[in-house]
Design a protein. Sequence first.
Length: 373
Amino acid sequence: MKIIQTPARFYPCIGGVENYVYCLSKELVKLENEITVICANEPYGRKEELIDGINVKKLSYVGKIANTNMTHQLPFTLLKEDFEIIHTHIPTPWSADWSNMISKFKKKPLVVTYHNDIIGNGTSNFIAKIYNSTALKSLLNTADKIIITQQNYLQSSPHLRKYEDKIEVLPNGVDITKFKPLNVNRQENTIFFLSVLDEFHEYKGLDYLLNALKLVKMEIPNVKLIIGGKGALLDHYNKIADDLDLKENVEFHGFIPEEKIVEYYNKYSVFVLPSISSKQEGFGIVVLEALACETPIIGTEIIGVAADVKKNNAGVIIPPKNIDELAKAIIKILTNNFASREMGINGRKLVEEKYTWAKIAKMVQTVYKELLL
Protein backbone atom coordinates (compact mmCIF):
# COMPACT_ATOMS: atom_id res chain seq x y z
CA MET A 1 0.00 0.00 0.00
CA LYS A 2 1.06 3.58 -0.63
CA ILE A 3 0.56 5.62 2.55
CA ILE A 4 1.15 9.34 3.15
CA GLN A 5 1.81 10.45 6.74
CA THR A 6 1.49 14.19 7.54
CA PRO A 7 2.87 15.07 10.97
CA ALA A 8 3.93 18.68 11.59
CA ARG A 9 7.54 17.56 12.08
CA PHE A 10 9.52 14.33 11.86
CA TYR A 11 12.72 12.61 12.93
CA PRO A 12 15.16 13.82 14.24
CA CYS A 13 12.62 16.08 15.96
CA ILE A 14 11.69 14.59 19.33
CA GLY A 15 8.13 14.52 20.61
CA GLY A 16 5.15 12.24 21.05
CA VAL A 17 3.67 12.59 17.55
CA GLU A 18 7.08 12.58 15.87
CA ASN A 19 8.06 9.38 17.68
CA TYR A 20 4.70 7.76 16.88
CA VAL A 21 4.97 8.46 13.14
CA TYR A 22 8.63 7.42 12.95
CA CYS A 23 8.26 4.11 14.80
CA LEU A 24 4.97 3.19 13.17
CA SER A 25 6.20 4.04 9.67
CA LYS A 26 9.41 2.08 10.15
CA GLU A 27 7.43 -1.06 11.02
CA LEU A 28 4.93 -0.50 8.20
CA VAL A 29 7.85 -0.42 5.75
CA LYS A 30 8.91 -3.84 7.07
CA LEU A 31 5.39 -5.04 6.21
CA GLU A 32 6.11 -4.04 2.58
CA ASN A 33 4.16 -0.79 2.55
CA GLU A 34 5.43 2.32 0.77
CA ILE A 35 5.45 5.13 3.34
CA THR A 36 6.00 8.82 2.54
CA VAL A 37 6.18 11.40 5.31
CA ILE A 38 5.55 15.04 4.37
CA CYS A 39 6.37 17.55 7.09
CA ALA A 40 8.14 20.81 7.96
CA ASN A 41 11.87 21.16 7.47
CA GLU A 42 12.61 21.41 11.20
CA PRO A 43 15.35 21.03 12.22
CA TYR A 44 16.65 22.39 8.94
CA GLY A 45 18.26 19.74 6.74
CA ARG A 46 17.89 17.90 3.44
CA LYS A 47 14.52 18.41 1.76
CA GLU A 48 14.25 14.80 0.62
CA GLU A 49 15.85 11.72 2.12
CA LEU A 50 15.27 8.05 2.88
CA ILE A 51 15.19 7.28 6.61
CA ASP A 52 14.88 3.60 7.57
CA GLY A 53 13.03 2.93 4.32
CA ILE A 54 10.66 5.89 4.83
CA ASN A 55 10.49 8.50 2.06
CA VAL A 56 10.74 11.85 3.83
CA LYS A 57 9.89 15.17 2.17
CA LYS A 58 10.51 18.30 4.23
CA LEU A 59 8.90 21.60 3.34
CA SER A 60 9.89 25.16 4.24
CA TYR A 61 7.61 26.97 6.66
CA VAL A 62 6.79 30.59 7.48
CA GLY A 63 6.09 30.34 11.19
CA LYS A 64 4.04 28.43 13.74
CA ILE A 65 0.55 28.57 15.15
CA ALA A 66 -0.27 26.40 18.18
CA ASN A 67 3.15 24.73 17.83
CA THR A 68 2.27 23.71 14.25
CA ASN A 69 4.49 24.71 11.32
CA MET A 70 2.81 26.67 8.53
CA THR A 71 4.10 24.79 5.47
CA HIS A 72 2.62 26.78 2.57
CA GLN A 73 3.73 24.17 0.01
CA LEU A 74 1.86 21.33 1.71
CA PRO A 75 -1.39 21.36 -0.33
CA PHE A 76 0.46 21.49 -3.65
CA THR A 77 2.86 18.73 -2.57
CA LEU A 78 -0.03 16.47 -1.51
CA LEU A 79 -1.84 17.08 -4.79
CA LYS A 80 1.19 15.77 -6.70
CA GLU A 81 1.58 12.63 -4.60
CA ASP A 82 0.32 9.21 -5.64
CA PHE A 83 -1.14 7.49 -2.58
CA GLU A 84 -3.92 5.15 -1.51
CA ILE A 85 -4.45 6.43 2.04
CA ILE A 86 -3.50 9.61 3.87
CA HIS A 87 -2.82 9.34 7.60
CA THR A 88 -2.75 12.58 9.57
CA HIS A 89 -2.59 13.62 13.21
CA ILE A 90 -4.22 15.86 15.82
CA PRO A 91 -3.16 18.12 17.56
CA THR A 92 -1.40 19.60 14.51
CA PRO A 93 -4.17 21.58 12.77
CA TRP A 94 -2.47 22.89 9.62
CA SER A 95 -1.17 19.57 8.34
CA ALA A 96 -4.34 17.76 9.43
CA ASP A 97 -6.68 20.25 7.76
CA TRP A 98 -4.86 20.22 4.42
CA SER A 99 -4.78 16.42 4.55
CA ASN A 100 -8.54 16.52 5.08
CA MET A 101 -9.12 18.77 2.06
CA ILE A 102 -6.79 16.86 -0.24
CA SER A 103 -8.31 13.49 0.75
CA LYS A 104 -11.74 14.86 -0.19
CA PHE A 105 -10.47 16.25 -3.49
CA LYS A 106 -8.65 13.04 -4.47
CA LYS A 107 -11.36 10.80 -2.99
CA LYS A 108 -8.89 8.81 -0.93
CA PRO A 109 -9.47 7.38 2.58
CA LEU A 110 -8.41 9.57 5.49
CA VAL A 111 -7.12 8.13 8.79
CA VAL A 112 -6.66 10.45 11.77
CA THR A 113 -4.71 9.52 14.87
CA TYR A 114 -6.22 11.69 17.58
CA HIS A 115 -3.40 12.00 20.12
CA ASN A 116 -5.05 14.63 22.32
CA ASP A 117 -7.36 17.63 22.34
CA ILE A 118 -6.31 21.07 21.14
CA ILE A 119 -6.53 23.49 24.05
CA GLY A 120 -4.64 26.55 25.21
CA ASN A 121 -4.50 29.42 27.65
CA GLY A 122 -5.93 32.91 27.24
CA THR A 123 -6.14 34.00 23.62
CA SER A 124 -4.85 30.65 22.35
CA ASN A 125 -7.69 28.89 24.17
CA PHE A 126 -10.21 31.17 22.43
CA ILE A 127 -8.65 30.32 19.06
CA ALA A 128 -8.67 26.63 19.96
CA LYS A 129 -12.40 26.74 20.72
CA ILE A 130 -13.12 28.33 17.33
CA TYR A 131 -10.97 25.71 15.57
CA ASN A 132 -12.57 22.83 17.48
CA SER A 133 -16.07 23.94 16.51
CA THR A 134 -15.22 24.39 12.82
CA ALA A 135 -12.19 22.81 11.15
CA LEU A 136 -11.80 19.99 13.69
CA LYS A 137 -15.45 19.06 13.28
CA SER A 138 -14.99 18.93 9.50
CA LEU A 139 -11.86 16.79 9.88
CA LEU A 140 -13.56 14.25 12.14
CA ASN A 141 -16.66 14.17 9.96
CA THR A 142 -14.54 13.41 6.88
CA ALA A 143 -12.20 10.88 8.51
CA ASP A 144 -12.86 7.29 7.50
CA LYS A 145 -11.16 6.01 10.66
CA ILE A 146 -10.10 7.75 13.87
CA ILE A 147 -7.38 6.06 15.92
CA ILE A 148 -7.14 6.83 19.63
CA THR A 149 -4.43 5.37 21.83
CA GLN A 150 -6.51 4.70 24.95
CA GLN A 151 -10.17 3.91 25.58
CA ASN A 152 -10.52 6.58 28.26
CA TYR A 153 -10.03 9.29 25.67
CA LEU A 154 -13.43 8.51 24.20
CA GLN A 155 -14.99 9.71 27.46
CA SER A 156 -12.58 12.52 28.39
CA SER A 157 -12.58 14.28 25.01
CA PRO A 158 -15.76 16.24 24.22
CA HIS A 159 -15.00 16.02 20.49
CA LEU A 160 -14.93 12.25 19.98
CA ARG A 161 -18.14 10.86 21.44
CA LYS A 162 -20.30 11.22 18.35
CA TYR A 163 -17.74 9.36 16.20
CA GLU A 164 -17.57 6.16 18.24
CA ASP A 165 -18.67 4.06 15.25
CA LYS A 166 -15.47 4.85 13.35
CA ILE A 167 -12.99 4.90 16.23
CA GLU A 168 -10.30 2.25 16.66
CA VAL A 169 -8.42 2.01 19.97
CA LEU A 170 -4.82 1.10 19.13
CA PRO A 171 -2.15 1.80 21.77
CA ASN A 172 1.23 3.34 21.25
CA GLY A 173 4.22 1.03 21.07
CA VAL A 174 7.88 0.82 21.95
CA ASP A 175 10.92 -0.53 20.12
CA ILE A 176 12.02 -3.31 22.48
CA THR A 177 15.20 -3.93 20.49
CA LYS A 178 16.34 -0.38 21.28
CA PHE A 179 14.79 0.16 24.71
CA LYS A 180 16.01 -2.76 26.78
CA PRO A 181 17.82 -3.56 30.04
CA LEU A 182 21.54 -2.73 30.04
CA ASN A 183 24.28 -4.12 32.21
CA VAL A 184 24.70 -0.92 34.25
CA ASN A 185 24.42 -0.26 37.96
CA ARG A 186 21.35 1.72 38.98
CA GLN A 187 22.11 4.78 41.07
CA GLU A 188 20.34 4.58 44.41
CA ASN A 189 17.62 7.05 45.38
CA THR A 190 17.37 8.59 41.91
CA ILE A 191 14.32 9.74 39.96
CA PHE A 192 14.22 10.38 36.21
CA PHE A 193 11.81 12.78 34.47
CA LEU A 194 11.85 13.50 30.72
CA SER A 195 9.91 16.11 28.75
CA VAL A 196 10.18 19.24 26.66
CA LEU A 197 10.28 22.09 29.18
CA ASP A 198 7.96 24.60 27.54
CA GLU A 199 4.44 25.96 27.99
CA PHE A 200 2.99 23.31 25.66
CA HIS A 201 4.19 20.56 28.00
CA GLU A 202 3.33 21.98 31.42
CA TYR A 203 0.70 19.23 31.64
CA LYS A 204 3.52 16.73 32.22
CA GLY A 205 3.37 17.87 35.87
CA LEU A 206 6.99 18.74 36.63
CA ASP A 207 5.98 21.45 39.12
CA TYR A 208 4.01 18.81 41.07
CA LEU A 209 7.00 16.48 41.00
CA LEU A 210 9.27 19.19 42.39
CA ASN A 211 6.85 19.87 45.24
CA ALA A 212 6.61 16.13 45.96
CA LEU A 213 10.40 15.93 45.98
CA LYS A 214 10.48 18.35 48.93
CA LEU A 215 8.42 15.83 50.91
CA VAL A 216 10.56 12.90 49.77
CA LYS A 217 13.69 14.76 50.89
CA MET A 218 12.42 14.69 54.49
CA GLU A 219 12.58 10.86 54.38
CA ILE A 220 15.48 10.43 51.95
CA PRO A 221 17.82 13.44 52.28
CA ASN A 222 20.13 12.36 49.45
CA VAL A 223 17.35 11.82 46.89
CA LYS A 224 18.20 13.12 43.42
CA LEU A 225 15.85 14.14 40.61
CA ILE A 226 17.34 14.04 37.10
CA ILE A 227 15.41 16.21 34.63
CA GLY A 228 15.95 15.60 30.93
CA GLY A 229 14.81 18.13 28.35
CA LYS A 230 15.12 21.78 27.49
CA GLY A 231 12.73 24.61 26.66
CA ALA A 232 11.54 28.10 27.45
CA LEU A 233 10.47 27.18 31.00
CA LEU A 234 13.86 25.86 32.11
CA ASP A 235 14.60 28.95 34.22
CA HIS A 236 11.08 28.78 35.67
CA TYR A 237 11.61 25.22 36.91
CA ASN A 238 15.09 26.10 38.16
CA LYS A 239 13.56 28.84 40.28
CA ILE A 240 10.93 26.47 41.71
CA ALA A 241 13.71 24.06 42.71
CA ASP A 242 15.66 26.89 44.36
CA ASP A 243 12.59 28.24 46.18
CA LEU A 244 11.88 24.75 47.55
CA ASP A 245 15.48 24.42 48.78
CA LEU A 246 16.14 21.57 46.35
CA LYS A 247 19.27 22.94 44.69
CA GLU A 248 21.34 19.96 45.84
CA ASN A 249 18.64 17.44 44.90
CA VAL A 250 17.82 18.44 41.32
CA GLU A 251 19.96 18.16 38.20
CA PHE A 252 18.89 19.65 34.87
CA HIS A 253 20.63 17.64 32.16
CA GLY A 254 19.17 19.48 29.16
CA PHE A 255 18.52 17.74 25.86
CA ILE A 256 19.47 14.07 26.03
CA PRO A 257 20.86 12.70 22.73
CA GLU A 258 19.13 9.67 21.29
CA GLU A 259 22.22 7.50 21.77
CA LYS A 260 22.15 8.25 25.51
CA ILE A 261 18.46 7.95 26.33
CA VAL A 262 18.41 4.16 26.91
CA GLU A 263 21.31 4.52 29.35
CA TYR A 264 19.36 7.18 31.26
CA TYR A 265 16.32 4.94 31.65
CA ASN A 266 18.58 2.15 32.90
CA LYS A 267 20.75 3.94 35.43
CA TYR A 268 18.12 5.64 37.60
CA SER A 269 15.87 4.03 40.21
CA VAL A 270 12.43 5.09 38.98
CA PHE A 271 10.87 6.97 36.07
CA VAL A 272 8.09 9.44 36.94
CA LEU A 273 5.47 10.99 34.64
CA PRO A 274 2.96 12.91 36.83
CA SER A 275 0.72 14.14 33.97
CA ILE A 276 -2.17 16.36 35.08
CA SER A 277 -4.38 16.83 31.99
CA SER A 278 -6.35 14.04 30.34
CA LYS A 279 -7.14 16.44 27.48
CA GLN A 280 -3.46 16.95 26.64
CA GLU A 281 -1.73 13.70 27.62
CA GLY A 282 -2.62 11.35 24.79
CA PHE A 283 -0.67 8.34 26.08
CA GLY A 284 2.84 8.88 27.49
CA ILE A 285 5.24 6.95 25.26
CA VAL A 286 8.16 7.68 27.62
CA VAL A 287 6.50 5.39 30.17
CA LEU A 288 6.65 2.47 27.72
CA GLU A 289 10.31 3.23 27.05
CA ALA A 290 11.10 3.13 30.76
CA LEU A 291 9.15 -0.10 31.26
CA ALA A 292 11.00 -1.72 28.35
CA CYS A 293 14.25 -0.94 30.20
CA GLU A 294 13.01 -2.77 33.31
CA THR A 295 12.62 0.51 35.18
CA PRO A 296 9.64 0.81 37.53
CA ILE A 297 7.40 3.78 36.79
CA ILE A 298 5.17 6.17 38.66
CA GLY A 299 2.38 7.74 36.64
CA THR A 300 -1.07 9.20 37.05
CA GLU A 301 -4.36 7.62 36.08
CA ILE A 302 -4.24 9.73 32.91
CA ILE A 303 -1.48 7.83 31.10
CA GLY A 304 -2.53 5.28 28.50
CA VAL A 305 -0.86 2.32 30.14
CA ALA A 306 -2.11 3.07 33.69
CA ALA A 307 -4.52 0.14 33.97
CA ASP A 308 -1.93 -2.38 32.73
CA VAL A 309 0.75 -0.99 35.07
CA LYS A 310 -1.57 -1.57 38.04
CA LYS A 311 -2.76 -4.97 36.82
CA ASN A 312 0.77 -6.24 36.20
CA ASN A 313 2.46 -4.56 39.20
CA ALA A 314 4.93 -2.69 36.98
CA GLY A 315 4.88 0.52 39.00
CA VAL A 316 2.59 2.79 40.99
CA ILE A 317 -0.38 4.72 39.59
CA ILE A 318 -1.72 7.74 41.52
CA PRO A 319 -4.41 10.40 41.03
CA PRO A 320 -3.24 13.49 39.12
CA LYS A 321 -2.23 16.64 41.05
CA ASN A 322 -1.85 14.70 44.30
CA ILE A 323 1.51 15.75 45.71
CA ASP A 324 1.23 13.65 48.89
CA GLU A 325 0.45 10.43 46.99
CA LEU A 326 3.23 11.15 44.52
CA ALA A 327 5.74 11.55 47.34
CA LYS A 328 4.53 8.32 49.01
CA ALA A 329 4.88 6.40 45.73
CA ILE A 330 8.44 7.64 45.23
CA ILE A 331 9.41 6.72 48.79
CA LYS A 332 7.79 3.28 48.40
CA ILE A 333 9.87 2.42 45.35
CA LEU A 334 13.14 3.97 46.51
CA THR A 335 13.07 2.21 49.88
CA ASN A 336 12.19 -1.30 48.67
CA ASN A 337 14.77 -2.72 46.27
CA PHE A 338 13.07 -6.12 45.99
CA ALA A 339 9.67 -4.64 45.04
CA SER A 340 11.34 -2.20 42.67
CA ARG A 341 13.21 -4.98 40.88
CA GLU A 342 10.03 -7.07 40.60
CA MET A 343 8.15 -4.11 39.10
CA GLY A 344 10.93 -3.63 36.53
CA ILE A 345 10.80 -7.26 35.41
CA ASN A 346 6.99 -7.12 35.19
CA GLY A 347 7.17 -3.95 33.11
CA ARG A 348 9.49 -5.46 30.52
CA LYS A 349 7.27 -8.54 30.25
CA LEU A 350 4.20 -6.31 29.79
CA VAL A 351 5.62 -4.36 26.84
CA GLU A 352 6.92 -7.52 25.18
CA GLU A 353 3.46 -9.05 25.31
CA LYS A 354 1.34 -6.04 24.36
CA TYR A 355 3.17 -2.90 23.30
CA THR A 356 5.74 -3.63 20.60
CA TRP A 357 5.62 -1.40 17.52
CA ALA A 358 5.69 -4.51 15.34
CA LYS A 359 2.33 -5.60 16.81
CA ILE A 360 0.84 -2.09 16.64
CA ALA A 361 1.88 -1.71 12.99
CA LYS A 362 0.07 -4.92 12.04
CA MET A 363 -3.10 -3.58 13.66
CA VAL A 364 -2.80 -0.26 11.82
CA GLN A 365 -2.17 -2.09 8.55
CA THR A 366 -5.41 -4.03 9.11
CA VAL A 367 -7.25 -0.70 9.45
CA TYR A 368 -5.74 0.47 6.16
CA LYS A 369 -6.67 -2.74 4.34
CA GLU A 370 -10.29 -2.61 5.52
CA LEU A 371 -10.60 0.91 4.10
CA LEU A 372 -9.40 -0.25 0.68
CA LEU A 373 -11.78 -3.20 0.36
